[in-house]
Design a protein around this ligand. Structure first.
Ligand code: ASP
Ligand code: MG
Length: 420
């Protein structure tokens, strides 16, 4: 008997048919003698619809009310799923985040889990019931309901799996696992059989819509093995886990390619080239909460002034531009330019630590396609390049082939959803 946490995303429970399919799978796992905790997201586009509705009521909804509104989505799916499982003769109880003991800090909209007290879940399992838990939500010390940020159901599932010491956390989605590139862009993308949490973090933080970042962090910190797979098929998916001595994993040089079209680029022109200016500049960015990614500073020609460019989420661009404009006198720069017409391609692989020639293959592939590179940044296991947005998808396909990642036959099936 194993303790299995199963997480079902919104596209897996988009309608009554989806709920029935998921209920069937949970019931089968339970009948096979396992203890099952199922974490569920809101049905289909429910969360987006609720956000739209709030925007129609007021342009500035109070964060506390927004959170209680959004948690309604997961309450709908959790209770319907419990009904569907009950109808199959399997004992079941559903729980809100609050009932499940998901305790968070007070940051509405992107609360962090500070503690888990899943007594009621443990009791349900002891009583032989399937426990369904509403994803993406918790409760703060003031007993107010909070949400964990978009895509946060993954984090609920992994955190619960860690707290309950589950044998595995299965993440059910609308594709058969993690692919070497987004199958919606590269039809020859290959399913990755095994990948480390570090590689998964790099892919997920650079635009691959695989898993909620904090979920991967939890999985790494508490060594929770994740199995990312489709709720529409019974195929083996992708295992996200740390290799061990007894069970080393085959380590390919390149795990996969992520791409991100949601970043923009700010160029600050004519910045005085003297110590302390970059520090001031990025303090201004940090003061509005901007997450700056790739940074490039040009060599100054007359050694008086230089240009500094950096990428950041388009959502943070307006506030950052505003703050930088306000600080123009203080920073002493000459001009400020913003563009959204960029895309970022990131090549990720733990094998980069020990292999050479990766960057020349990458740059060579882009050169052959006539694609110009605007910026480059690297980590130990990642190389990212900034290119024109119009060339991003072509770049991903070219690099995918250059590293021999193409599957021999098409395996990537997109069963539903939009990939968000
Ligand atoms: N329903 C929430 C969202 O759409 C949480 C989730 O799906 O994980 O972001
Ligand atoms: Mg969702």
């Amino acid at each position: 008997m194993a303790l299995i946490v199963q997480k079902f995303g919104g596209s897996s429970v988009a309608d009554a048919t989806g709920l029935a399919r998921v209920a069937e799978r949970i019931a089968a796992t339970h009948r096979a003698g396992n203890q099952v905790v199922a974490v569920v997201s809101a049905m289909g586009d429910t969360t987006d619809d609720l956000l739209d509705l709030a925007a129609q009521v007021t342009p500035r909804p109070p964060a506390r009310e927004m959170d209680i509104l959004l948690t309604a989505g997961e309450r709908i799916s959790m209770s319907l799923l419990a009904m569907a499982i009950d109808a199959r003769g399997v004992p079941v109880r559903s729980y809100t985040g609050q009932q499940a003991g998901v305790l968070t800090d007070t940051t509405y909209g992107k609360a962090q889990i500070v503690k888990l007290a899943p007594e009621r879940i443990v009791q349900s399992l002891d009583d032989g019931q399937v426990a369904i838990v509403a994803g993406f939500q918790g409760v703060n010390e003031a007993n107010d309901v909070t949400t964990l940020g978009r895509g946060g159901s993954d984090t609920t599932a992994v955190a619960l799996a860690a707290a309950l010491k589950a044998d595995v956390c299965e993440i059910y989605t609308d594709v058969d696992g993690v692919f070497t590139a987004d199958p919606r862009v590269v039809s020859s993308a290959r399913r990755i059989a095994e990948i480390t949490p570090e590689e998964t973090l790099e892919l997920a933080s650079h635009g691959a819509k695989i898993l909620h970042l904090r979920a991967v962090e939890f999985a790494r910190r508490y060594s929770v093995p994740l199995h990312v797979r489709s709720s529409f098929s019974h195929k083996e998916g992708t295992w996200v886990r740390q290799p061990t001595k007894e069970d080393p994993m085959e380590e390919p040089v390149i795990a996969g390619i992520a791409h991100d079209a949601s970043q923009g680029k700010i160029t600050v022109q004519g910045v005085p080239d003297r110590p302390g200016v970059a520090a001031r500049l990025f303090q201004v960015c940090a003061s509005v909460g901007a997450n700056v990614d790739t940074i490039v500073q040009n060599v100054s020609v007359d050694s008086q002034r230089t240009d500094i460019s950096f990428t950041l989420s388009t959502q943070e661009a307006e506030a950052t531009m505003h703050a930088l404009r306000d600080a123009q006198d203080d920073l002493g720069y000459q001009d400020l330019i913003y563009t959204e017409a960029i895309g970022i391609l990131s090549l990720v692989g733990a094998g980069m630590r020990t292999h050479t020639g990766i960057s020349s293959t990458l740059f060579g592939a882009l050169y052959e396609e006539g694609i110009n590179i605007h910026m480059i940044s690297t980590s130990e296991i990642r190389i990212s390049v900034v290119v024109d947005i119009d060339e991003l998808q072509r770049a991903v396909r070219a690099v995918h082939s250059a590293f021999d990642l193409d599957a021999s036959e098409t395996e990537a099936v997109v069963y539903g959803g939009t990939g968000r």
